[in-house]
Write a protein that binds this ligand. Structure first.
Ligand code: NAI
Length: 334
C-alpha cells in the first residue's frame, strides 16, 4: 500500500516509521495540510493519512477519489471534519483511532486546572525575573471542591477518577451514564452540574447538540469564579461569551487546549507572524486564561498507539485481517 501522510511533523514520522517495521508499507511524508489546493499530492497513492486540522470535505474527497485514493486513515479519534456522506457516495473508506490514551488527555486537563489554580504560569515568569512576591498568586484547595465532568466516556472517566482521588466531589452529566463511576461520581442534569460546580471540565464530543454548550446563558447559571477547562473541541464553547464572562469576573479561570478557530493557528510556529484573530488575541490578555495548542494527546504512549492503530487499519483494509476501525455515518448522527 502506498500511503500519503499529510500534515506530517517529525514526530509523526518517528512514530509511524517505528510502527511500520511490522508492515513495511510505502509511507510518503508530506508537510502540507490536506486542502483542496494540496489534495492532488495524493496522486498515485492508495491511502491518505490525515489529522484533525486537515480538510476532508466533499471537494477534497472528490479530488482524492479522482487520484485513486480508496482509504482515508485518521490519526485521531474525532471525525467531525470528515464529510462521511461524500466519502460513502465516492466509495472511500474512512477509519480512525478510536482510543489511544485517554489518560494523556485527562492528565493534560488536570495539568491545566492545577496550573491555573496555583498560577504556575505566572509564578514561573515572576521567579525568572527575580520577583518572589506572592501577591496575585492566591489559589484554592482542590480538596472538597465540586468538579463537574461533562461527558463520561474514556477521557471523562479518567479525569473523574483523578479529581476524586484529590478529594473532590464529582458530579457528572452524560446522556449515557456509566456504571464504572459508581461511588465516584453522581450523575445530575446539565443545569445542576453548571450551577453547583467550582470546576467544569468538558469531555463530550462536538455534535449539533453540544455546539456552544457553554454560551452566555450557560455562563449566567455557573458559580461565580468558576474554573472552566476544555480539552475536547473548541466549538463546545462560545469564546466571545467566555470573554464577556471573564471581563465581568463571573468566570474565575479558563484553561483551553482547543479553540473554536484553531484550524488557522494550531500546530504551526507562527511566532514571526501577526496573529490576525482578535478573539484569540483578547483571550491571551487575561492573567487567568491558559491556552495550549491542542497538545492533550501529545505523549509518547499516545503517539505510539496512534501510529500502531493507524497502520493496523491500513493492514485490515488491505488484507481483511484484524480490526478495521471504520467510521460510519450512523456514528456521526448517534
Ligand atoms: P468517548 O466517545 O469515549 O466519550 C464521549 C462521551 O461524551 C460519551 O460517554 C458520550 O455519551 C458523551 N456525550 C455525548 N453527547 C453528550 C452531551 N450532549 N452531554 C454530555 N455528554 C455527552 O470519547 P473520549 O475518548 O472520552 O473523548 C472525548 C473528547 O475528547 C473527544 O470527542 C474529542 O473531542 C476530545 N479529544 C481531545 C484530544 C486533545 O488532544 N485535546 C485528544 C482526543 C480526544
Amino acid at each position: 500500500m502506498r500511503i500519503a501522510v499529510f500534515n506530517a511533523k517529525p514526530y509523526d514520522q518517528r512514530f509511524l516509521d517505528a510502527a511500520n517495521h511490522r508492515y513495511d508499507f510505502d509511507l510518503h511524508y508530506l508537510e502540507p495540510r490536506l486542502l483542496t489546493s494540496t489534495a492532488r499530492l495524493a496522486e498515485g497513492h492508495d491511502a491518505v493519512c490525515a489529522f484533525v486540522n486537515d480538510d476532508l470535505g466533499r471537494d477534497v474527497l472528490e479530488i482524492l477519489n479522482r487520484h485513486g485514493v480508496r482509504l482515508v486513515v485518521l490519526r485521531s479519534a474525532g471525525f467531525n471534519h470528515v464529510d462521511l456522506e461524500a466519502a460513502d457516495s465516492l466509495g472511500i473508506t474512512v477509519a480512525r483511532v478510536p482510543a489511544y490514551s485517554p489518560h494523556a488527555v485527562a492528565e493534560h486537563a488536570l495539568a491545566l486546572l492545577l496550573a491555573l489554580n496555583r498560577k504556575i504560569h505566572r509564578a514561573h515568569n515572576r521567579v525568572r525575573e527575580g520577583n518572589f512576591a506572592l501577591e496575585g498568586l492566591l489559589g484554592f484547595d482542590m480538596q472538597g471542591k465540586t468538579v463537574g465532568v461533562v461527558g463520561t466516556g474514556k477521557i471523562g472517566q479518567a479525569f473523574a477518577r483523578m479529581v476524586h482521588g484529590m478529594g473532590c466531589k464529582v458530579v457528572a452529566h452524560d446522556p449515557f451514564p456509566t456504571e464504572a463511576l459508581q461511588g465516584l461520581a453522581r450523575y445530575v442534569p446539565l443545569a445542576e452540574l453548571l450551577s453547583s460546580s467550582d470546576v467544569v471540565s468538558l469531555h463530550c464530543p462536538l455534535t449539533p447538540e453540544t455546539f456552544h454548550l457553554i454560551d452566555e446563558a450557560a455562563i449566567a447559571t455557573m458559580r461565580e469564579g468558576v474554573t472552566l477547562i476544555n480539552t475536547s473541541r473548541g466549538q463546545l464553547v462560545d469564546t466571545q461569551a467566555v470573554i464577556e464572562g471573564l471581563k465581568e469576573g463571573r468566570i474565575g479561570n479558563v484553561g483551553l487546549d482547543v479553540y473554536e478557530e484553531e484550524g488557522d493557528l494550531f500546530f504551526e510556529d507562527l511566532s514571526n507572524r501577526v496573529i490576525r484573530d482578535d478573539v484569540f488575541a483578547r483571550l491571551q490578555t487575561f492573567p487567568n486564561v491558559l491556552v495550549t495548542g491542542h497538545q492533550g494527546f501529545f505523549t509518547e504512549e499516545a503517539l505510539a498507539n496512534i501510529a500502531e492503530t493507524t497502520l493496523a487499519n491500513v493492514h485490515a483494509f488491505a488484507s481483511g485481517e484484524g480490526t478495521l476501525h471504520r467510521v460510519t455515518r450512523a456514528m456521526a448522527s448517534g
